[in-house]
Design a protein around this ligand. Sequence first.
Ligand code: RP5
Length: 154
Amino acid sequence: MPLVAIVMGSKSDTESMQPAAEVLAKLGVDYEVLVMSAHRMPEKVRQFGQAARDRGIEVIIAAAGGAAHLPGVLASWTTVPVIGVPLASSELKGVDALYSIVQMPAGIPVACVAIGSAGAKNAAYLAAEILGLKHDEIRRAYEKYRSDLQGASQ
Ligand code: RP5
């Protein structure tokens, strides 16, 4: 049963979010990948958001470019933590998406990571840190990753 949902605003975001899927797979975290647009498929976003917790989803990674309202809209429908990934798919190369995610008005939080590939990876690592509070196996896999990093830089 997936613990993490990687949700993206368009099929065209798939390649940008591949690093998040790879990190989760490496850490042994079950995930699902879904495409739904906040502005083109608002009803699908509502249904997914409202059902996410009951389906066992514990963290949502939501990625979008442009106005990037997907993370905020999803967060409005659920109390499952949402990590937003701004994507550089627009003329503004992700600065628009970054602002729209990081500048959520007070009251409905959305975590925000870096634009693009670094953000996709860090969203998955952050998801593992959150899941590690409850799932010992994931915490151990994540701690091993962190400890391997120290060896890699010597
Ligand atoms: C956003 O608009 C998506 O997240 C994507 O990054 C961008 C372009 O989407 P498409 O026009 O390629 O479907 O909603």
